[in-house]
Design a protein around this ligand. Structure first.
Ligand code: NAD
Length: 502
């Protein structure tokens, strides 16, 4: 069985413990590889390597960093198909999505920061009348920690690593233990690209063992984390007394607000995507759909009809719209929220059940319909793969638990509203504030809503239309700080002002 090992000091190495964890394939529920069960000893080795690499790397010219990162881009591009297949198998997402979004975005992340590093400039201030000039140095922090989640594995992993390396830092990184495969493949590409040993170190394993050791270590100067709010709280608790810089991208419960004057067809098509792309496992998905009353009935009918046509199936199948849920644990969590919604008085308009596992295409496992479920099935009720029908629920108040807590799956609620003030109150009633979507052709209303919504990102008449130069992040319990653009490069540097009297 394939072993997923650490990447430390330029080499692929096993964990000090010699222990491995099972890595499951969500579409079959079967173990298909094993991942290093690392601990603080492996983290220490990685930090030692990163510290040793820092003086040389931080003194490498921006042009040289650019050249290495662009080489890495070329290698990811060369292996795009293999990486997409691996991402789909590891996460359960449709391969079409991994091929069109996840892996191209990993390439874009490296390319964006390879070039951005060449354009980062420092300020200077002429202090007129006092014969002085101030200039500000922007120096890389040193060793930094990057910790990422399972929903967009290589996409979010590289979104952190690329600016850190480009800024001149050296990195100890931990991908999610639920989806480690593409990070492992990346480590091999880093070796091939000639990234100097120790510049990037990848330690695999469990969050409370590996992630917490990275956060707790005195020598990691900053932590860039994407994941759940609860984990973010724990990281902040440990890191704050050491005054580490923190970038925390956390959970969401995003509103999708639909006014009657919207471009209806465009809204409907996009709302299908914003609800169920990646099985609803995108932090930006709009899980609370508020519809202005004059078009509520029409929307309800059309939306449910369209959702019912989504094909839940084998992630490898090119025609699949909705793949497998990432893990048994997450599958159980989502199903428990569907039960809760019903207990809270919600009506399920479509979906609501686990989906029968599809007949999987051959060549990757023996999980065909004929021998289903596999003997060691990890799924609920003896079912191997973790599939859930896209689910639409109505009849719930905005303040019930179903509408307040993050579900992070193919489950949305729909609710009517009458006025702008009312829907703003509903939208802002949650502890989260990551993103919001507004559909209206009324320009003044669009600006009013954008200003009043408590969220870090507002999409108007679109969703997930990304420009990597823009600040990305949430307010309230959705996090701290912003990723993207020069902001991320600045995060990985420390400013030092020099005042020179002439
Ligand atoms: P998670 O918090 O369970 O895990 C994220 C990462 O943190 C993993 O690598 C995990 O091993 C590690 N970790 C766990 N405990 C740790 C600890 N004590 N110290 C340090 N590291 C630790 O999150 P998840 O389940 O992998 O991801 C889903 C969550 O991520 C959702 O809440 C989702 O909204 C959020 N998310 C947010 C964004 C964003 O940009 N705001 C993007 C994607 C996902």
């Amino acid at each position: 069985m394939q072993l997923i090992q650490n990447y430390v000091n330029g080499k692929i190495v096993g964990p000090r413990s010699d222990a491995y964890l099972d890595n499951f394939e969500p579409a079959t529920g079967e173990v298909y590889s094993q991942i290093a069960d690392s601990d603080e000893r492996d983290v220490q080795l990685a930090i030692d390597a990163a510290k040793a690499a820092f003086p040389a790397w931080s003194n490498t010219s921006a042009e040289d960093r650019f050249a290495i990162l662009m080489r890495l881009c070329g290698l990811i591009e060369r292996d795009l198909e293999a990486l997409a297949q691996a991402e789909s198998r590891d996460n359960g997402k449709p391969v079409t999505l991994a091929r069109s979004i996840d892996i191209p975005r990993a390439i874009a992340n490296f390319r964006f920061y390879a070039t951005a590093a060449m354009h980062l400039s420092n300020e200077s201030h002429e202090t007129v009348g006092r014969n002085a000039i101030n200039y500000t140095l922007r120096q890389p922090l040193g060793v930094v920690g990057c910790i990422s989640p399972w929903n967009l594995p290589l996409y979010l992993f590289t979104w952190k690593i690329a600016p850190a390396i480009a800024a001149g830092c050296t990195v100890v990184a931990k991908p999610s233990e639920v989806t480690p495969m593409t990070a492992y493949m990346l480590s091999k590409l880093c070796i091939e690209a000639g990234l100097p040993p120790g510049v990037l170190n990848i330690v695999h394993g469990l969050g409370p063992k590996v992630g917490s050791a990275i956060v707790a270590h005195r020598d990691t100067k900053a932590i860039s984390f994407t994941g759940g709010t609860k984990t973010g709280e724990e990281i902040a608790r440990v890191a704050a007394p050491m005054f580490k810089k923190l970038s925390l991208e956390l959970g969401g419960k995003n509103p999708n607000i639909i006014f009657a004057d919207c471009d209806y067809d465009e809204m409907l098509a996009t709302t299908i995507r914003s609800s169920f792309s990646n099985q609803g496992e995108i932090c930006l998905c709009g899980s609370r759909i508020f519809v202005e009353r004059p078009i509520y009935e029409r929307f309800r009918t059309d939306f449910v009809e369209r959702v019912g046509k989504l094909k839940v199936g084998d992630p490898k199948d090119e025609t699949t719209d909705v793949g497998a849920i990432v893990s048994k644990q997450h599958f159980d969590k989502i199903m428990s929220y569907i039960e809760l919604a019903q207990a809270e008085g919600g009506t399920i308009l479509c979906g609501g059940h686990k989906s029968e596992p599809p007949a999987l295409a051959s060549g990757q496992s023996d999980g065909t319909a004929a021998n289903w479920p596999p003997a060691n099935a990890g799924g609920s009720d003896g079912i191997g793969g973790f599939f859930i029908e896209p689910t639409v629920i109505e009849g719930l108040p905005h303040d019930c638990r179903t509408n307040q807590e993050e579900i992070f799956g193919p489950v949305v609620t729909i609710m009517p509203f009458d006025t702008e003030d009312e829907v703003l109150a509903y939208a802002n009633s949650v502890r989260y504030g990551l993103s919001a979507t507004v559909w209206t052709e009324n320009l003044s209303r669009a600006h009013r809503m954008a200003a009043a919504l408590e969220s870090g990102i507002v999409w108007i008449n679109c969703w997930l239309l990304r420009d990597l130069r823009t600040p990305f992040g949430g307010v309230k319990d959705s996090g701290l700080g912003r990723e993207g653009g020069f902001e991320a490069l600045r995060f990985f540097t420390e400013e030092k002002n020099v005042c020179l009297k002439i």
